[in-house]
Design a protein around this ligand. Structure first.
Ligand code: FPP
Length: 231
């Protein structure tokens, strides 16, 4: 079986359940997010070993601003540290780092750290890591429409929309995985997932590791993708 694994070109993770993981252990939500960042490290390395071309992750949605200020502050400091240390290390290994979302509203130091690693890794040709930050899919589509309108075009086709999404140039999204037992997409990559396979796992995001990826790829390999056609 292991040799027959189908490898998606582009996989997206909705990293859910950090808070519940922490709660179950009598820890703070921030401990859950810290453990979530560790799981992300493991998953990125595991995906790269499998030859996956692009990994997208949902780190902070437009709706997450409604969380307590202290949690938001913690998340951005975690993401800044992650950009400065881990993402820089991955960039040295050839990963290309991109972000999706409205970055203009981010705290200045987070924005600086992000811009540095985007620039540092821009000529790399290895696995693409696409981090969705202050991201919402509807907002992304509306932004694309506005970009098209600004160019003066009055009739739109699918390719024009594709070209104005944050994911321009990334391989088609083959697979979306959500942790923690919730079975919804929560405004994540709605255009891109039109023909993606969807996998929902019951375990919380901090419990994801290399073995979880193996499980995911086994399940993905069993799926019969017909893209609306007949075999
Ligand atoms: C959802 O779990 C998770 C988030 C809103 C944040 C995701 C962030 C990380 C995994 C931290 C590391 C990320 C980077 C890019 C370094 P939740 O808090 O909603 O969990 P709950 O539903 O159990 O409360």
């Amino acid at each position: 079986m292991a040799n027959n694994l189908k490898i998606p070109r582009h996989i997206a993770f909705i990293m859910d359940g950090n808070g519940r993981w922490a709660q179950q252990r009598g820890l703070q939500r921030s401990d859950g997010h810290r453990a979530g960042a560790e799981a992300l490290k493991k998953m990125l390395i595991a995906c790269s070993k499998k030859g996956i071309e692009a990994v997208s992750v949902y780190a902070f949605s437009c709706e997450n601003w409604s969380r307590p200020q202290a949690e938001i502050k913690f998340l951005f400091s975690l993401i800044s540290q992650f950009a400065k240390k881990e993402l820089k290390t991955y960039a040295d290994q050839g990963f290309r780092v991109r972000f999706s979302g409205d970055l203009s509203q981010l705290p200045k130091n987070t924005l600086n750290a992000i811009n540095k690693v985007i620039d540092y890794s821009k000529n790399n040709t290895g696995m693409i890591v696409n981090i969705a930050l202050n991201y919402g899919s509807r907002q992304e589509i509306v932004r694309a429409v506005n970009l098209i309108l600004q160019s003066g075009i009055r009739s739109v086709d699918e390719q024009m929309v594709e070209d104005c999404l944050y994911t321009v140039g990334l391989p088609p999204l083959d697979l979306v995985v959500r942790s923690s037992g919730e079975k919804r997409l929560s405004n994540f990559m709605l255009w891109q997932c039109a023909y993606s396979e969807l996998i929902f796992l019951d375990k919380f995001w901090p419990d994801f590791d290399e073995n979880t990826l193996e499980e995911i790829l086994k399940e993905y390999s069993l799926r019969d993708r017909r893209f609306g056609g007949i075999k």
